[in-house]
Design a binder for this molecule. Structure first.
Ligand code: NAD
Ligand code: 89Y
Length: 343
């Protein structure tokens, strides 16, 4: 496949980032878009000069003429749209959260496997420049074997103005944001065997939980804490930075606010600036996320051309999604949840 042709479904708040990023991915073009809201369809179609516009995804798949579909709708439509892509043997990217339930997510992975088409979840946070820098330091053996970690996202940023649906669901921060933090914990310290979680809602204007504290046992024996909050008012707002602490047998890594990476080991302490780039179409403070959107889409195009499973394939994401379900289960029961039994 030389020039890749894609179609995008869901022209909402976040899809604009995905459309910008596609224009930057070499030899890749979005040739058709779909949204059931005519206003969003027109806005995005006009902004990016896309002529083929559909209000019905089935009609778009019927007309064909593209190599992959980028599903940027909210979670309720993910299963139906991924299964539609599989039925048409079209490779698919699906936004997070992958599905409403782990049962749905497993069915989506099975449908794409049976159709022989690649499926990637748009789980972009592990692609952020600072997270990649942490992973590189670990891989280089900078701190020996990590035995403890903390992955922290604490903010008071108003996410509800851009994404009003986040205030309306029974579930909020774990399903929406913690899903990324849990994925980063897996990416850095490996798969998880057991999980314990506590949640609470601080903001009275929303339905779901906006604070969660999660304890993870990793397969390799490491222990970590994932703590997320949208009820934390700080002097300098850190949105959307994930802060990381890692203790290893030979040293420590600290990724702190302001994209500062500090590595301490037998050679002493060295600090690095691991700030994301401000892409031409990006704006602060979203630029960290926006850069990772470009990175994951570039990764997808490379794998679609050259073969090989994507870093956040559907199959990989089941292991992150299981942590989300387990966190809600643990918060409700008070007990620990066995992750392997869920997969
Ligand atoms: P949104 O509501 O602004 O946009 C969704 C769009 O999809 C709407 O325009 C809606 O009309 C359209 N749509 C829904 N179902 C459809 C269907 N069956 N056919 C055609 N169009 C349909 O939502 P958003 O804030 O853009 O979020 C979209 C997804 O992106 C969510 O799952 C959200 O969690 C995710 N998201 C991811 C990141 C990230 O960093 N990965 C950041 C923000 C949002
Ligand atoms: O929807 C969320 C996401 O995926 O990243 C940040 C966000 O936009 C709000 O929590």
């Amino acid at each position: 496949m030389a020039g890749l042709r894609g179609a995008l479904i869901g022209c909402g708040f976040f899809a604009v980032n995905q459309m910008h990023a596609w224009t930057d991915v070499p030899d890749t073009e979005i040739v058709a878009i779909c949204d059931r809201d005519p206003e969003r369809l027109k806005l995005v179609g006009d902004q990016f000069g896309i002529e083929r516009r559909y209000s019905d995804a089935a009609e778009m798949f019927g007309d064909g003429g593209f190599d992959f579909v980028d599903i940027a709708t909210t979670v309720h439509s993910h299963r139906a749209l991924v299964e539609m892509a599989a039925a048409h043997r079209i490779a698919a990217i699906c936004q997070k959260p992958f599905a409403k339930t782990l049962t749905d997510a497993k069915a989506m992975v099975a449908a794409c496997k049976a159709a022989g088409v690649p499926l990637m979840v748009h789980e972009n946070f592990r692609w952020q420049t600072p997270i990649q820098a942490v992973r590189k330091a670990l891989d280089a053996g900078a701190i020996g074997t990590p035995f403890w970690g903390r992955f922290s996202f604490r903010s008071g940023f108003d996410v509800f103005s851009g994404q009003p649906y986040l205030a309306e669901g029974e579930r909020f921060i774990i399903e929406d944001l913690g899903i990324h933090t849990l994925d980063i914990a897996r990416y850095i310290l490996g798969d998880v065997t057991r999980l314990t979680a506590r949640t609470r809602r601080v903001n009275p204007k929303i339905k779901g939980e906006d604070v969660a504290t999660i304890l993870l046992d990793h397969e390799n024996g490491a222990t970590s804490i994932v703590d997320v909050s949208y009820a934390t008012k700080l002097g300098t707002e850190p949105f959307p930075e994930t802060l990381v602490e890692l203790d290893g047998t030979d040293g420590t890594i600290r990724l702190s606010q302001g994209y500062r990476l500090e590595i301490t080991n037998a050679d002493g302490t060295t600090a690095y600036d691991v700030s994301p780039q401000l892409l031409s179409w990006a704006s602060r403070p979203w630029h960290n996320i926006q850069e990772s959107v470009f990175a994951i889409q570039q990764h997808w195009a490379e794998r679609l051309r050259n073969g090989g499973e994507t870093s956040t394939s559907g199959a990989d994401n089941l292991k992150t999604f299981a942590l989300v379900e387990a966190a809600y289960e643990s918060a409700a029961s008070g007990g620990a949840v066995d992750i392997e039994a869920m997969l």
